[in-house]
Design a protein around this ligand. Sequence first.
Ligand code: 5RP
Length: 231
Amino acid sequence: MNESPVVDIGKRAVGYAAVDDFVQDGTCIGLGTGTTVYWAIERVAQRVAAGERIAAVATSEQTASLCRRWNIPLVGLLEREMPVAIDGADEVASDWALIKGGGGALFREKAVALVAERFVVVVTPPKLVSVLGVFPLPVEIVPFAEPYVVREISRWNPNVEITRRGGDMPFVSDNGNWILDCHFGRIDEPGTLDLALRAIHGVVATGIFSSIADVVMVGDENGEVRALPRI
Ligand code: 5RP
């Protein structure tokens, strides 16, 4: 996403609000990947251009490229303290469990979210669900292990539908891996599913972010931003 995306009022409002509310001059922040966090990155760039000393850890080459274009200094994971990371999500359940990885950046996104003292999620209303599972769960895998991983997931849940992202022209993650999009249907216990998948040799990471979000902000089509209560 090196071109500016079409302006989505809700995404821009929530991306800007997250930076205005949580990012302080002189700090290092985590920056996620996608069309919502794009606006947070733009807001950080505006503040850097105005003279603030904000550095960032990027969760993808796409985000790193935006940071370079906008002169946001980049640092490595754990090089600096990281009071906050801001990222989007594909689904947010009412208990703030998330599905992420629609952009294929799940591994680095989770690393950054885990390191940040506060993980702020920015979304628009269509991302909100009561229970996870409509959006297919991205699972990053080592390509060589694909047949084994598919067999093991299918043994564990015979009803799962598994699609390799990109099909015969596989999507390759920034880590050189492939993504399987797994339709499990309703995910009642995301933490358990995440653990079970990660126990399969060849699975690098899943897009389930369970008990990681600290704040969820929702921006709507009128540009209003609200904090989502956790239920
Ligand atoms: C990328 C992600 C994104 O945060 C997620 O896909 C949401 O993206 P967008 O804000 O473009 O809807 O997890 O791997």
